[in-house]
Design a binder for this molecule. Structure first.
Ligand SMILES: NC(=O)c1ccc[n+]([C@@H]2O[C@H](COP(=O)([O-])OP(=O)(O)OC[C@H]3O[C@@H](n4cnc5c(N)ncnc54)[C@H](OP(=O)(O)O)[C@@H]3O)[C@@H](O)[C@H]2O)c1
Length: 224
């Protein structure tokens, strides 16, 4: 495994917290990012008590971005634009994984995509060539990632550059999930939209972690 330095912006919250632990446990160097450095350091200290976490660090979002090769955006859609704006001076060609689902409360169980098409496309339009933008993790429940359990739902990975997409698929596998190559970044709209269906399904079937599984594939390989 090639060890990566990964900044998780908003890693103090639900989704980022579980990813931080899983990647640290897999041997990556993880920096939790927050608007407030002390909050990130406190979250890192909590995470380091979890089995195998080791030496996760905390920093403000911009410092975390500056130090990282891979930047993972795990903030609510309401905070998406402001967070991107705050890290722009720190972007210099990193891989950026956007996990944002453009939920627009209160109707979060109904698909409402932004006029640009998706949160991921907004990210690409915002950062331009300052980062290699991909999108993933829209359809997995944070409460699975933060527990020491096997995860049987698939992670759809999108991005325009096939090599970057492959790098991100490897990171998805390192987090203990099956990665599916889902094509160009424009396809992130489908993954983002699916989350509202899953929220509806969670409510209807009284669960907290419905997910998706792609069938009809003999086996997945990272070269696909
Ligand atoms: N939760 C899930 O199961 C799940 C699953 C798939 C995808 N997602 C997507 O992943 C993203 C993160 O979800 P989450 O549930 O982890 O979010 P969250 O816990 O509500 O928030 C994550 C972090 O974002 C920062 N944040 C929150 N509100 C903010 C605001 N108004 N302005 C700036 N920063 C703010 C906070 O970090 P600081 O205060 O430390 O800056 C917070 O700890 C969302 O886009 C969500 O749709 C979530």
């Amino acid at each position: 495994m090639s060890r990566k330095k990964i900044a998780i912006l908003g890693g103090t919250g639900n989704l980022g917290y579980g990813l931080a632990w899983r990647w640290a446990r897999a041997g990556h160097e993880v920096i939790v990012g927050s608007r407030v450095a002390e909050k990130a350091q406190n979250a890192a200290a909590e995470l380091n008590k979890k089995p195998g976490a080791g030496s996760i660090k905390g920093a403000d979002n911009l410092s975390a971005t500056r130090q990282a090769e891979v930047v993972v955006l795990t903030v609510p859609f309401a905070a998406h634009a402001a967070t991107l704006e705050s890290i722009m001076p720190g972007l210099s060609g990193q891989v950026l994984i956007d996990t944002t689902v453009p939920l627009m409360p209160p109707k979060v169980a109904v698909v409402q995509l932004p006029e640009q098409g998706s949160a991921a496309v907004i990210t690409r339009e915002t950062v331009g060539d300052r980062a290699r933008v991909t999108a993933a993790y829209h359809n997995v429940a944070a409460n699975l990632l933060e527990r020491d359990v096997g995860i049987d739902c698939d992670i759809l990975v999108t991005g325009d550059d096939p090599e970057t997409r492959k790098e991100v698929m490897q990171l998805v596998e390192d987090s203990g999930c099956r990665a599916i190559n889902a094509g160009k970044l424009a396809n992130a709209a489908a993954a983002e939209a699916l989350t509202s269906l899953l929220i509806h399904i969670n409510r209807t079937y009284k669960t907290s972690h419905s997910g998706i599984r792609i069938t009809g594939i003999e086996k997945t390989t990272l070269s696909s």
